[in-house]
Design a protein around this ligand. Structure first.
Ligand code: SIN
Length: 291
C-alpha cells in the first residue's frame, strides 16, 4: 500500500510544456511505484493536454514498465514483431552498432493504425541512448487539422481513409525485401495485406479535438476514390501535417519514459546513430474504434 511518506510532494510535480504547447516534460514522479489516483489523474491530464509527455529519470524494470502501462489502460495488441521473452506485451527496439538496416520506425506513422481499434497510447522507455542522433519526431495532427481552411475541412469531413500494414510488414513490403542484418525479429505476413478504413478526421474521445488520422506508412488510400485522387489528397496532407511548425523533436536521455497519444499525433524515429547501440522498451495501451 502506498503511504503518504512514499508519495512525491505534490508541489514537486511539474509539467513543463514545450514552447509550442505540443509535448511536455513531467518531473517529480516516481513511476516505479503505483501512482495514487490523484497523481494518475494529473498524468492523464498532462497527456490529454500535451499529447506527448516525457518523464525523465525513470529507471524502470520491465515489470515496472508493464505495471505503469496498465495504470494508463489495458495492453494493446502488437503484431508483426516478436515480443521480449517472458514479456508478451513489451517490444525491444534494439539496433546494434554494426546494423546497416534502416532504423525501426523511420517513416511517419501512428502506431498500428491499420487495426480496428488502434492503440490509444504508446510508452517508450530509453535503456541505451546513442551519443548522437536517435531523436523521435512528433507531428501535432490536431493543429495541422485546425490550420486547414474551413472549405478543405468540410471536404475531408465525410472521408474514410484506408489503412494497411502491407507496405511495412506485407510479403512484398519493406521488411520482406530487406537484405541487411536486423536484430529486431520482424514477422512478415499475409495478414499485413488486410485493410481497415477509419474516418480521415477523427475526434479525440477525451479532449473532443479533431485530428487528421492518416500517415504515409499505413494509409494506402481513401474509400471511393481512385488511386490518383487519393494520392493527390494524401500527399498534400502528409506534407502539410509534417511541416516544422507542427513538429516536436524529442531528444532522449537515458532512463526516460515517453508516452504519446496515437489518436492525434504521428511520429518518426530519425536514426543518425550508425555505429552506436540504441535500446528502447515499448508497450502500447489499447484504444477505441476511431470516430
Ligand atoms: C516507433 O515506435 O515507431 C519508434 C520510435 C523510436 O524508436 O524512437
Amino acid at each position: 500500500m502506498t503511504t503518504l511518506a512514499d508519495r512525491p510532494a505534490r508541489d514537486a510535480i511539474r509539467v513543463e510544456p514545450s514552447e509550442s504547447g505540443f509535448g511536455a516534460r513531467m518531473t517529480g514522479l516516481d513511476l516505479r511505484k503505483p501512482l495514487p489516483p490523484e497523481l494518475l489523474a494529473q498524468v492523464k491530464a498532462a497527456w490529454a493536454a500535451h499529447a506527448v509527455v516525457s518523464f525523465p529519470g525513470q529507471p524502470l524494470s520491465l515489470e515496472e514498465l508493464e505495471a505503469f502501462t496498465q495504470q494508463i489502460g489495458p495492453f494493446g495488441e502488437d503484431p508483426f514483431i516478436a515480443p521480449m521473452p517472458g514479456h508478451p506485451n513489451v517490444l525491444e527496439l534494439r539496433r546494434e552498432p554494426d546494423e546497416k538496416a534502416t532504423n525501426f520506425g523511420a517513416g511517419w506513422h501512428s502506431d498500428w493504425s491499420f487495426q480496428q481499434a488502434p492503440p490509444a497510447a504508446t510508452l517508450l522507455r530509453s535503456e541505451v541512448v546513442p551519443p548522437v542522433g536517435g531523436d523521435t519526431l512528433f507531428a501535432d495532427c490536431m493543429r495541422a487539422y485546425e490550420a486547414l481552411s474551413p472549405a478543405f475541412q468540410a471536404m475531408l469531413a465525410p472521408l474514410r481513409a484506408v489503412h494497411s500494414a502491407t507496405r511495412a510488414y506485407g510479403t512484398k513490403g519493406v521488411f520482406a525485401r530487406e537484405t541487411e542484418k536486423r536484430t529486431m525479429q520482424i514477422i512478415v505476413s499475409e495478414e499485413a495485406e488486410k485493410t481497415q478504413a477509419h474516418p480521415l478526421v477523427r475526434t479525440h474521445p477525451v479532449t473532443g479535438r479533431k485530428a487528421l488520422f492518416v500517415s504515409p506508412v499505413y494509409t494506402v488510400g481513401i474509400e471511393g476514390m481512385t488511386a490518383k485522387e487519393s494520392q493527390a489528397i494524401l500527399t498534400f496532407l502528409f506534407g502539410h501535417m509534417t511541416q516544422d511548425e507542427f513538429v516536436y523533436r524529442h531528444r532522449w536521455e537515458k532512463d526516460m519514459l515517453l508516452m504519446w497519444d496515437n489518436r492525434c499525433t504521428v511520429h518518426l524515429a530519425e536514426g543518425g546513430y550508425d555505429g552506436h547501440l540504441r535500446v528502447m522498451h515499448r508497450t502500447t495501451v489499447a484504444g477505441e474504434v476511431p470516430a
